[in-house]
Design a protein around this ligand. Structure first.
Ligand code: PLP
Length: 284
């Protein structure tokens, strides 16, 4: 397997960065994850826009143009013979003697890896996934896709220990923010589909943004508004979305079944739409 490290394509096993890279010492960096299907990046424009935004919010210079970045991604996929899989891209403030404030000379460091990941299955039949709820212990700028993921990793490990796929986080007022690495949606007892409105407590999910068009096309009653953990527990449907998990129903929450314990109708319809969009964008 081949990685991209600051302008060079190197064997993954030999790919390394300086121990004084600010990403390594301070978590001073951002990242992006793309899903590629049959050689095409899904929701590409949304991911590039978010990358630019995250970079701007922490004052990082662009390592190259978006067009050049696209070429590197395609070349990395070609060298790894991966058409369908994940692209991980990380940008840090680069190497400098350890000091909290930014170094004078700013040379951002860019690294990328690619990993195959099969296309999602044709349907949700037989799908089951559990989630747990946990307090959101992250910082106040979760809208930035920062590489500081310790609270997310701790939450996800707690989920794993509980035999669950995802940890659903809630703020100090008891309102759900998002999953450790996903956007969370519910269909409430009132049959209204909801996901939290974007603010600094959640990452603006690209899959979330793309799915809004599908929600409208399906004619689902939808409100972009927050919901409490109680509403989550009483929901008919709960599902998560992300570029890597697609649209995934949560069928058990904190040990109790969600709705009738099977993937719900709204999630299933949106999943079908998602698959169609994948095929449309990935068609060559
Ligand atoms: N929220 C968090 C905290 C995430 O880490 C992710 C993605 O990994 C998402 C939401 C979903 O974002 P996207 O749909 O762009 O993958």
């Amino acid at each position: 397997r081949i990685a991209y490290v600051n302008g060079r394509y190197v064997k993954l096993a030999e790919a390394s960065v300086n121990i004084e890279d600010r990403g390594y010492q301070f978590g001073d960096g951002i990242y992006e994850v793309f899903y590629a299907y049959h050689g095409r990046l899904i929701d590409e424009a949304l991911h590039f826009a978010r990358l630019t935004r995250s970079r701007g919010e922490i004052g990082l210079a662009a390592p190259m143009s978006d067009a050049a970045l696209r070429v590197v991604i395609q070349e990395l996929m070609r060298r790894n013979r991966v058409g369908t899989g994940l692209i991980y891209l990380q940008l840090t403030r680069g190497v400098a003697p350890r000091d909290h404030a930014f170094p004078a000379a700013r040379r951002p460091a860019l690294t990328m890896t690619v990993r195959p990941k099969p296309a999602p299955p044709e349907g949700l039949a037989g799908w089951h996934a559990a989630a747990i709820t946990l307090p959101d212990e992250r910082w106040g700028r979760c809208d930035i896709k920062s590489i500081n993921l310790l609270p997310n990793a701790l939450a996800r490990e707690a989920a794993k220990q509980a035999g669950a796929l995802e940890a659903i986080l809630f703020d100090t007022t008891g309102m759900v923010t998002e999953g450790a690495s996903s956007s969370i949606w519910i269909v409430g007892a009132d049959n209204v589909l909801r996901t939290r409105a974007l603010d600094q407590r959640v990452l603006p999910g690209c899959t979330r943004a793309a799915l809004l068009a599908d929600v409208a096309a399906e004619g689902v009653t939808f409100r972009e508004e927050g919901f409490s953990v109680e509403a989550l527990r009483g929901a008919r449907e709960v599902f998560m979305t992300s570029a890597t998990s697609f649209v995934k129903p949560i069928t058990r929450l904190d040990g109790a079944p969600v709705g009738n314990g099977a993937p719900g109708l709204v999630a299933s319809r949106l999943y079908t739409r998602y698959l169609a969009r994948l095929k449309e964008q990935g068609a060559d």
